[in-house]
Ligand binder design. Sequence first.
Ligand code: ADP
Ligand code: MG
Length: 240
Amino acid sequence: MIKVEGLYKNFGDLEVLKDINNIVESGEVVGVIGPSGSGKSTMLRCINRLEEITAGQVYIDDIPINDPQTDINQIRQKVGMVFQQFNLFPHKTALENITLAPIKVKNMSKSEAEKVAYDLLDKVGLRDKANSYPNQLSGGQKQRIAIARALAMQPKVMLFDEPTSALDPEMVGEVLEVMGALAEEGMTMVVVTHEMGFAREVGDRVIFMDEGRIVEDAPPEKLFDSPNEERTKEFLSKVL
Ligand code: ADP
Ligand code: MG
């Protein structure tokens, strides 16, 4: 579903990603962990070309995204993204946040888009908040709406960039629960997270990044319990 080949990303003189190679199979859930500044967000952003790639290639569903022939908007429809800071439209209700892109980009009728949106609101447990504005929602509720909004485009892949890091501790669980259910349904997911428990339980694989490289890539039991690399051990000793 996702193939990353020889990906490099520089910001000016700063080499942020150095030869990233990875394949994410359809239905796979991959956790990405690593210290702050190691390039996790940049890697996610390169996967849907929110950042220009310096060198290498990323394929989504076999389509090269770093290619002038490729319609990047078509790619972005296949790749849903959820950010730490929700990024909901503040002057739109939860329902309008969810229906906006399907109506504008997919040319769905309003009634069809609303039907899809209510199904998604059910899925994230927030049907009763359809007409609430973001500032009337808790952080956990906002993030669940953001997930519903991403799902409304019927993506093939979901990228999550620290989706629970901005939440009060008591709201982390409700968001992880929605994500766990999505994984259970077979969604292909790449999740940058500090939630080691989630990465262990839900991840099929966990990638440890440091200084712009993938240092270790292994099933969760292996990576957390008996990592090969010193740097992985050192990082885990600080966070576990
Ligand atoms: P992480 O998500 O692992 O914390 P990031 O991908 O956000 O790491 O950042 C990796 C490195 O790239 C950091 O040194 C950061 O300062 C730098 N960086 C990220 N975005 C930009 C940008 N738009 N311009 C310049 N440097 C950036
Ligand atoms: Mg980040």
